[in-house]
Write a protein that binds this ligand. Structure first.
Ligand SMILES: [Zn+2]
Length: 251
């Protein structure tokens, strides 16, 4: 992950895979870029990768930001200057609940707002013919993506949104950060999240100490290889759930 890699997802559809991901897909009459990184100095490298994969005449028509955190928007202005690209995000595009299609002769992409999981402005991108889904930072390889409080309401909303993501039946799920996931990983995360809540609730009700609960909430075997999961993500998720249960926010 620390060495960026350009991966071909499909014909005319590429991903620069790194800690921060950026992808570009040829619609047939121009390309759409999904997310625009954190470091503006990557401009030349990214533009060269786009031209070497889509051809010297490549033109970027759209840049979608799945949300506008600083690590998803750094190259927006550069795309506007280079190609006159239209920047699409929750603020610029006024998306309706049923989203918006970007149509081209080669492929089409659906932008769907799914706010309230990571930020109030989350959008996902879906390519039906390639079966590729971009959930932005809603999926974080074990992270609870919420930037607002974890409580019954937000936990339910998160699980319901994951249900919608799973229903796409995507073959590849490209998160905002880290390796490519599968739909099965989305399903696994929901189970994991529910499992953490159930274990924390049962442990707190039984009067177990934080040390005992830390043992109850051990990282699951099959998720130990998830990206940065053992380094910090699992610990962070377990802590968030336990805190919410202790404060009576998850009932
Ligand atoms: Zn973010």
């Amino acid at each position: 992950m620390d060495t960026p890699q350009v991966v071909k997802l499909a014909e005319g559809f590429h991903l620069r895979l790194a800690v921060d991901n950026i992808a570009w897909a040829d619609l047939g009459d121009g390309a759409v870029v999904i997310d625009a990184l954190e470091q503006p100095e990557l401009k030349d490298e990214v533009f060269a990768a786009i031209r070497s994969t889509l051809g010297e005449k490549a033109r970027v028509r759209y840049v979608l930001n799945t949300h506008t955190h600083y690590d998803h928007v750094a190259l927006n202005e550069a795309f506007v200057r280079e190609w006159g690209a239209e920047v699409l995000n929750f603020h610029t595009a006024r998306l309706k609940a049923d989203g918006r299609w970007l149509e081209g002769p080669k492929r089409r992409m659906r932008i769907l707002p799914m706010p309230g999981c990571h930020t109030e402005e989350d959008c996902v991108a879906w390519f039906p013919s390639d079966k590729i889904l971009f959930p932005g930072d809603i999926f974080g390889w074990g992270l609870i993506p919420l930037t607002r409080d974890l409580r019954d309401e937000s936990a339910l909303h998160l699980v319901e949104t994951y249900r919608r993501l799973i229903d796409f039946g995507a073959g590849a799920v490209v998160p905002g950060h880290g390796p490519i996931a599968r739909t099965a990983d989305l399903t696994r995360w929901v189970e994991y999240f529910r499992g953490l809540i159930a274990t924390a609730k049962a442990g707190v009700a039984a009067g177990r100490s934080d040390d005992e609960l830390a043992r109850d909430l051990a990282p699951p075997e099959d998720m130990r290889s998830w990206w940065r999961f053992l380094q910090w993500k699992h610990e962070d998720s377990a802590k968030k759930v336990l805190r919410a249960v202790r404060r009576g926010r998850l009932t």
